[in-house]
Design a protein around this ligand. Structure first.
Ligand code: PLP
Length: 397
């Protein structure tokens, strides 16, 4: 029965991680997968997370199932973080949130929900986008199209082309936006551009789906939510897939959420029964531990303040690494202008390195970068900066 099965291609990002792990080069550097590293090159457990876990260990009374949509304390805390306290959407109960296994789980549930209830819809993603978007949507049989986003020549957002693309998208289709810290380019629309996009969404009648995996990694928790909050002023319906893998460092706990926003509370409640149906037939109900940690932190002012300051530290370290990277390349005599990297935000930058240069870095120097030239800036440290920039200088000069 299984003889005819052919091997699936390696995942472009996780496959690279496996190759890194089996590389025997003692000086190898991993700038592939989007995981935060501290100055020592470790991915730490946040202090706020540890403290929340200590509390949970003593307070937890059961390992019984959660409900299909997850724990109430978690679900309401997610909404406050997305919309801000006392938002109209919360007060009028226009949103319903389900805890999902990570942001990927949220996208997958959203995909099934769209396929079932908007069967004619095409989903549009930015060019380029996170490598898994297409696969997740195609796996449920959705048509996936792409809209213009990146200006490779100027290393910037091609906003004119983006508007022109989105103006062609018909009513009833779905458009995915990266809420902040666009993966892989690190380039986001400005507040004024978000406003124009929201107006366009309202005019065209397409449904926005926000993928919000990096809240707090750009400017701040509130500033990073500006894009989706601006949309909420102009469109009555939206889907949001958010993740706590990065901003809580809870990568392996699989904690995220899918939120559906409707025009009335009644519609939201009804639509949510169908979201729950997708979950029930998929993984039945979510794992508890990660969401209990997040709820404990978000609902406790002291832990919240500690978490926010730890998140700020991660954000600042990444911003500093961006500047240091640009400066070190300059010191090493690289004439090509890399200054755009310090203007981008989030974990990633499109470096402009070609696939051949990326291959050479891997083969000759043990430096692992995704084939597109995307660098995980969160993997840069003072220690690996010198060897990395020397290798890039040797390749480019
Ligand atoms: N969306 C984007 C843009 C991402 O970069 C990622 C993770 O890298 C995800 C979603 C998925 O996050 P999670 O690990 O929580 O499934």
């Amino acid at each position: 029965m299984f003889e005819h099965i052919q091997a699936a291609p390696a995942d472009p990002i996780l496959g690279l991680n496996d190759a890194y792990k089996s590389d025997l080069n003692p000086n190898k550097i991993n700038l592939g997968v989007g995981v935060y590293k501290d100055e020592q090159g470790n991915t730490p457990i946040l202090k706020a997370v540890k403290q929340a876990e200590e509390r949970l260990l003593t307070q937890e009374k059961t390992k019984s199932y959660l409900s299909i949509e997850g724990a109430p304390a978690y679900r309401s805390a997610v909404q406050k973080l997305l919309f801000g306290n006392d938002h109209n959407i919360i007060n009028k109960q226009l949103a319903q949130t389900a805890h999902t296994p990570g942001g990927t789980g949220a996208l997958r549930v959203a995909a099934e929900f769209i396929k079932k209830h908007l069967p004619e819809a095409t989903i549009w993603v930015s060019n380029p986008t996170w490598a898994n978007h297409q696969s997740v949507f195609q796996s449920v049989g959705l048509e996936v199209g792409s809209y213009a986003y990146y200006d490779a020549k100027n290393k910037s957002l091609d906003f004119e082309a983006m508007l022109a693309s989105l103006s062609q998208i018909p009513e009833g289709d779905v458009v995915l936006f990266h809420g902040c810290c666009h993966n892989p380019t690190g380039i986001d629309p400005t507040p004024e551009q978000w406003y124009q996009l929201a107006k366009l969404s309202s005019k065209q009648g397409f449904l926005p789906l926000f993928d919000f995996a990096y809240q707090g990694f750009g400017q701040s928790l509130n500033d990073d939510a500006k894009g989706l909050r601006t949309f909420l002023e102009h469109v009555p319906e939206m889907l949001i897939a958010n993740s706590f893998s990065k901003n809580f460092g809870l990568y392996n706990e699989r904690v995220g959420a899918l939120t559906i926003i409707c025009e009335t509370a009644e519609q939201a409640e009804t639509a949510f029964t169908q979201v729950k149906r997708c979950i029930r037939t998929n993984y039945s109900n979510p794992p508890s531990h990660g969401s209990a940690i997040v709820a404990e932190i978000l609902n406790d002012p002291e832990l919240y303040a500690l978490w926010e300051s730890e998140l700020k530290d991660m954000r600042i370290r990444i911003h500093e690494m961006r500047s240091l990277f640009v400066n070190t390349l300059r010191v090493k005599g690289v004439s090509q202008d890399f200054s755009f990297i310090s203007q981008q935000q989030g974990m990633f930058s499109f470096s402009g390195l070609t696939p051949d240069q990326v291959t050479q870095l891997r083969k000759d120097y043990g430096i692992y970068i995704v084939g597109s030239g995307r660098i995980s800036v969160a993997g840069l440290t003072h220690d690996n900066m010198e060897p990395l920039c020397s290798a890039i200088a040797e390749i480019l000069n």
